[in-house]
Design a protein around this ligand. Sequence first.
Ligand code: AMP
Length: 580
Amino acid sequence: DMSDTQVAFSDLELPSSVLKSITELGYETPSPIQAACIPLLLNGQDVLGMAQTGTGKTAAFALPLLSRIDLKNNKPQVLVLAPTRELAVQVAEAFQAYARHIPGFHVLPIYGGQSYSLQLKQLRRGPHVVVGTPGRVMDHLDRGTLKLDELKAMVLDEADEMLRMGFIDDVETIMAKTPAERQTALFSATMPEQIRRITKRYMREPQEVKIASKTATMENIEQKCWIVSGTNKLDALVRILETEDFGGIIIFARTKTATTELAEKLEARGYAAAALNGDMNQQLRERTVQRLKNSQLDILVATDVAARGLDVERVGLVVNYDIPYDTEAYVHRIGRTGRAGRDGKAIMFVAPRERRLLKQIERATRQPIKQMDLPSRDLVQNRRLESFREQISTIFKNEDMSVYRELVDQLAVDTELETLDLASALLFMAQKEKPLILPPEPEPRPRRERDDRDGDNGGKRERINYADLDVYRLDVGRNDGVQVKNIVGAIANEADINSRHIGDIRLHDEYSTVQLPKGMPDDMLKHLKDVQICRKKTNITLMEGEVARPPSRKPRGEYKGKGRARGGNDRGAPRKPRRD
Ligand code: AMP
């Protein structure tokens, strides 16, 4: 089991206001990347973090950098560059949450697609931290509406993703415009050459932080994962719990708050569930584990720390409701089942953005984790009916129903209803939290299903299947100053389509074409029509009858497709300065 050299948040020299926020957010202990990065960043050093979404990297830089802010200075002191609007907003929200007890603190996300006048107004209010996508940050620097001369620290978040999206020149240009003595933190899941180059050119003795992963094999544990889509995690969990027989279950969540909330929700649905977390004293924790042992409880919802060393034979299933920070935590978590030589099962919920972490876990454990589908609606419905039938039989076996029969007769007379109608009304009332008739399955969103990230290195990627793509036309072209990256950026942001599922892009003078996954929902197409690129509405339309083909090796300059991002690699080549 895990070594006990665990650092506490209180051991790190974070300001008390920040400690207060993280306690309220329910964080129990720093994640490995946080334990490693926070002291370095507090110490003013540059950090090179090999980490992806799900490891807690946002807090790893946000928490220490908050202590560098001079609130009286209304100029940006920390700049975070992020590849997408989604991430920029998330990071800004994280800063806001960690700074909730720092009055007067102000953070601003800026990204393409938002109106300039609004952003200008917000920039004039003097944010201490700016989180932006590279293109929009460049625009504001060019216009003189963003000044970085008082910048103390800069963070490049998901640097490899910025590279992949064609932002790396912008990133360099921006870095070159910041004070030379600023502190830099760079986070990236992989370290392709172009990113190494940036670290050499712009960082001072960067301290590398890599979370070493131990390997382990757990042959008696069947491991599966479900990629979160369509259904929310709670409903997915309930479906799994309802359709399988497990004995004891341990569910892992990230925060103390999440453990209590989830345990309460499961209790409300009729499960014998309780939370197990670091807010409980040792005695209470032991008593709770004892209740799981003697079957008074079936489910414990635990944090990593609270479940350390837990050894209960009847635990047949571990659910990673929130993905663990790293392989070590994963191995420890799933080791709570399959005790004493028994067989165990482990199911992990993985958000599409967390797929890299999944890949890393698979690599380190040298075991593929099979993707599973949720139990179908029909299966859940049948199980519910079955258990309802059983309940009814048990009642008739064990209870004296004569008084109730009389009452039913009376009710039928009073309501002037047939017994069958009366029974249906009572059934309707009796189903409560567990409806016997489920709503139809939500339509799966095609784009999510094919979001297959590989995290090995910046160069290797899955082959795109052109048969799965349609060709669309955009009313913006070279004459508007559009570049491939603007189109990738807008579509990745606005339609939330991962850049690697965008096919070939061709720029013409008056228009452009882009290949996108088949089956785009109408509402998304409608939304994309109004999205502006280089200040012009895309007015995107499907080019009926046009077949998506891989980029041909046409003369350079003519074709400027995404081929550069796929198999080929001309990313390192200097590009013309941007113009928009
Ligand atoms: P990130 O890897 O930065 O995207 O963070 C993933 C999630 O983990 C976010 O929802 C954070 O709120 C959460 N988180 C980060 N650090 C901790 C921690 N030390 N304890 C519990 N949850 C955390």
